[in-house]
Design a binder for this molecule. Structure first.
Ligand code: PA5
Length: 458
């Protein structure tokens, strides 16, 4: 394997967790290999494009060139987007620069803000706290027509134009959208905004390594070349036809078997790094929207998909673990662990406190030793309770490993799509609510929806 991110599924086995675990007869290596071959066909035919992104050095170069000029002019980068057009930038920012609001930034690059909601209080808080004269705005919508993103665009556009004038505002907006269609593309052309494109064969939740994620990342000073390098190495591993060298495939098989053979309908993603908390939310969308499907590729009703739940170690040990250990045994837990933390802190040996039992054994130890012990203990306790759990381990959280990890998780998702026999790349279940919203908001062509659903009071 080219990328040393490890996947360990030992605690999902019957030998570790008893009847709720898997045994060798639950796996068919040939089925796994068929999933790789099946997915490869989709990529080669142009149906799915995310595995090609790490090779697109030209886009990365032009994004970096543009970003290096703009980032010196502003102190905030405001992303207007939602779903796959917002979660990727947020995940990258929090992974590399740290969780909000206590980021350490030695390079003094602009800070990232993500406006991915139309709650009026949330939106006005941005406008009250950011300086319109020092803000760059990335308007991101692959479809170019998302109601939430276009409304916030109108609001932010007015706010910036008022502060710096229409002419100067042009240089502060950059659009990321489809190359050939959509109203955002038309607006960007008319306004002469710098524009970057999302390839047609890359869906929103798989777009973190297109300009959707790369542009905000470059603007806040992340090394996007390293992100792509990591993803490139993850590709090598993920196309392997040998199960033992393909961690994305191993993980897909384990998830699929625990769901379909042991009824683990919920996946807890237990991130043991505050830096991976944003990534857990990115993954939540990837897993849910890709695999939650009513029908399979043959049109039969199947209702597939595990419900992903994000949990943070150690914080949620004191909030969720009681349920995971003793509640319904309908979950699998996936730990996200890290070998090497960003910094080390020693717990002080303060003399006055050493007489207390609850303190004495902690004093003088590294905080990372406690953090590590808590994850190991939680894994052991859940295993003892018969709860199947597996683990991804990143050597550290930096651009290279994050690029690799995200790519592995996207491959894992694609392989699972093949195993379930569903289309992991569409999202028909969200269309009806979008149409009703259009109707309720008076959009031309959606009058029927307004009529049918308009009188319903919440
Ligand atoms: O994964 C997807 O395709 C969706 O979740 C989209 O990312 C989301 O709906 C936002 O779409 P758009 O980028 O067109 O605004």
């Amino acid at each position: 394997m080219n990328v040393p991110i490890r996947f360990n599924a030992q605690h999902t086995l019957k030998s570790a967790v008893g009847d709720h675990g898997l045994d060798p007869s639950d796996f068919d290596a040939q089925v796994g290999l068929d999933a790789v071959v099946g997915f490869r066909k989709r990529v080669d035919s142009g149906e799915v494009g995310f595995p090609n992104l790490p090779m697109d050095q030209n886009t990365a170069k032009s994004v970096e060139k543009f970003a290096s000029r703009l980032r010196s002019e502003v102190d905030a980068v405001l992303v207007l987007g939602i779903g796959g057009s917002a979660l990727g930038p947020y995940a990258l920012d929090t992974a590399i620069r740290g969780p909000h609001p206590v980021q350490v930034d030695k390079k003094k690059c602009p800070k990232l803000y993500v406006m991915d909601n139309v709650d009026p209080g949330f939106v006005s808080a941005f406008l009250e706290n950011l300086n319109p004269k020092k803000t760059a705005v990335c308007v991101i919508a692959k479809s170019g027509g998302t109601a939430e993103t276009l409304s916030t665009f109108l609001i932010v556009h007015e706010w910036i134009v008022k502060a710096i004038g229409a002419k100067k505002a042009v240089g502060r907006f950059v659009a990321v959208t489809d190359e050939h269609k959509g109203d955002l593309l038309a607006i960007a052309k008319a306004e002469k905004y710098q524009t970057f494109y999302v390839p047609a064969d890359v869906g929103g939740r798989f777009s973190v390594l297109t300009p959707v994620g790369l542009l905000p990342a470059a603007l806040i000073g992340l090394d996007i070349k390293k992100l792509l390098h990591g993803a490139h190495d993850a590709n090598q591993a993920s196309w392997s036809r040998k199960l033992e060298t393909n961690p994305a495939l191993q993980s897909a098989l384990v998830h699929h078997a625990l769901d379909t053979k042991r009824g683990k309908k919920i996946e807890i993603v237990f991130a043991y790094s505050a830096y991976l908390w944003g990534s857990a939310f990115w993954y939540r969308q990837l897993w849910a929207e890709s695999l939650g499907k009513r029908v399979n590729r043959q049109g039969e009703v199947v209702h597939t998909g595990q419900t992903p739940v994000a949990a943070l170690g150690v914080t949620d040990q004191h909030s969720q673990v009681q349920l995971y250990a003793e509640g319904p045994n309908d979950k699998m837990i996936t730990f996200w662990a890290v070998d090497k933390y960003r910094t080390e802190i020693k717990i002080p040996e303060t003399k006055n406190f050493l007489q207390y039992d609850a303190v004495a054994y902690l004093a003088g130890k590294k905080l990372s030793t406690l953090f590590h012990a808590e994850r190991t203990a939680t894994e052991a306790a859940l295993t003892e309770a018969g709860r199947p759990n597996c683990r991804w381990v990143l050597p550290r959280v930096d651009e290279y490993y994050i690029g690799a990890f995200f790519q592995l998780l996207e491959f894992q998702t694609a392989f699972c799509g093949e195993l379930y026999g569903i289309n992991a790349f569409d999202q028909p279940g969200v269309e009806l609510a979008k149409k009703i919203t259009n109707g309720l908001m008076g959009r031309k062509g959606f009058e029927d929806y307004a009529e049918k659903f308009g009188s319903k009071k919440a």
